[in-house]
Design a protein around this ligand. Structure first.
Ligand code: ADP
Length: 454
């Protein structure tokens, strides 16, 4: 058995004096689906999971399980199993004792041996059954914890950063195991992580949260290809998307350009529909988003249709074995996406003001609140410097101190480049993202649906 989970405008406040940690979250999880809740630390992911498990009260809104109102259903009646980051095994029970524990609670006196053995076989941990947790490695302990969750045959798995305490190699191994197991069992799974690569590799769909507010939900491919705003764009993808401050110039009688420092991206005529829609940004500062696959090192003469030239000064080379990440200085300014993980100001107006507000004002306020307030501000230009960490969310690839240069391009290791070289680049405008001053995507057009053939 597996079940559908629906959240309708669900909010959580821990005290009347503090803002909502989950803010009007609506989400539908289909039976058997693997949905990942992704976001920086403190954005409310665990709280959502705990509300679904019944371990935390829902302040406002509705939880439906298979279409039935379930806000007040006791945790034991929800038929869900949780797996936590810290394994949470009983130290004085063997693997067998730990796996069998929930079964003994459910039906004391019954013979649970066959079920425990079958679960252990599924996880390949038969030889761990007689050991105590203290005699197991981290990975083994997490397998036993998984066994305990699986043995009950629950209708939902809730996993809260289950791999965070493990080393990188084991993490990727267990990640594959979790994917296989949940597919085999076909059980609805909600998986919390701040690690975007984990989310992308595991989820049927990924729900990105920021400050308790859902930013976007979609397949890994869709959120990567069409991020709704600059936060999602910056959070998802390795290396992190290049975000540059640009200025749109759309004269009535000339070519449309986006200025990047002293250089221009000239949008080819006839303008594509997406580029035509950029006209409304005329004279405005925007954020240009270029993933590393949008830029290649090549001379202007080699340009394919849709590619436009740019030049960059090599500032740093990052050797990765199979490829090199080249950090270029193009003379433009990196866009600052400030404090992505900082607490969001509490913007909800008081009731009286709400009544007096016009419908339009209320709609505007709701639209802003839905995304958790503006995600991008184009204030002071700021050059990336050593130790700057404010521009990237935790878990995003660029959370490390930024290296010099404003544009990172992937290339093969055979290309001979040296620090200080001026290099011709081609930008593929088919991969151009433009975000407005509030960080919302304006190119490709916001209503574009992901085309999986692309
Ligand atoms: P995440 O799982 O994304 O790291 P959490 O859901 O654990 O985030 O926490 C969301 C926010 O709620 C954080 O600001 C956290 O400090 C706060 N919070 C979590 N649990 C409690 C609690 N029991 N009392 C008060 N605040 C809490």
């Amino acid at each position: 058995m597996t079940r559908a989970i629906s959240l309708h405008d669900v909010s959580k406040t821990y005290s009347s004096k503090t803002p909502r940690v989950v803010d009007r979250l609506s989400l539908d999880v289909a039976p058997g689906e693997f949905l990942v809740l992704l976001g920086p630390s403190g954005c409310g992911k665990s709280t959502v999971l705990r509300m679904i498990a019944g371990l935390e009260e829902i302040t406002e809104g509705m939880l439906l399980l298979d279409g039935e109102y379930a806000n007040e259903l006791p945790p034991a009646a929800r038929d869900m199993a949780m797996v936590f980051q810290n394994f949470a095994l009983y130290p004085n029970m063997t693997g067998r004792g730990n796996i069998g524990f929930p079964l003994r609670i459910e039906s004391p006196g019954a013979d649970h041996g066959p079920r425990i053995d079958a679960t252990a076989r599924m996880l390949g941990i038969e030889d761990l059954l007689d050991r105590l947790p203290g005699q197991l490695s981290g990975g083994e302990r997490q397998r036993v914890a998984m066994g305990r969750a699986i043995a009950r045959h629950p209708s939902v798995f809730l996993m809260d950063e289950p791999l965070s305490n493990l080393d990188a190699k084991l993490r990727s191994h267990l990640r594959a195991e979790i994917a296989r197991l949940t597919r085999e069992l076909g059980v609805t799974t909600l998986y919390v992580t701040h690690d975007q690569s984990e989310a992308m590799s595991l989820g049927d769909r990924v729900a990105v949260l920021r400050g308790g507010v859902l930013q976007q939900v979609g397949t890994p491919r869709a959120v990567y290809a069409l991020p709704r705003n600059v936060f999602v764009a910056a959070f998802i993808g390795t290396p992190r998307i290049n975000l540059l401050r640009g200025l749109v110039r759309a004269p009535l009688d000339g070519a449309m350009t986006i200025r990047l420092g002293k250089q221009f991206l000239r949008l080819p005529e006839p303008l594509s529909l997406d580029h035509q829609l950029l006209r409304v940004q005329q004279g405005r500062e925007v954020i240009v988003g270029l993933r590393s696959e949008a830029v290649r090192i090549a001379k202007p003469a080699a340009a394919r249709p849709g590619e436009v030239p740019l030049t960059g000064l090599v500032e740093h080379l990052e050797f990765q074995g199979h490829e090199v990440l080249v950090h270029f200085d193009t003379g433009s300014s990196p866009a600052v996406v400030p404090e992505l993980e900082a607490p969001r100001p509490h913007t909800r107006p008081d009731r009286r003001r709400r009544r007096d507000a016009t419908v339009l004002e209320r709609l505007r306020e709701r639209a802003g609140a839905l995304r958790g307030g503006p995600v991008a501000l184009l204030d002071r230009p700021r050059r990336a410097g050593a130790g700057e960490t404010g521009a990237a969310p935790e878990g995003a690839p660029a959370a490390e101190p930024r290296l010099p240069g404003d544009l990172v391009v992937r290339t093969t290791p055979d290309i001979r480049l040296r620090h200080g070289m001026q290099v011709p680049l081609l930008v593929d405008l088919a991969h151009l993202f433009v975000f407005d001053q509030h960080g919302e995507r304006v190119c490709p057009a916001p209503d574009r649906l992901p085309d999986l053939r692309e």
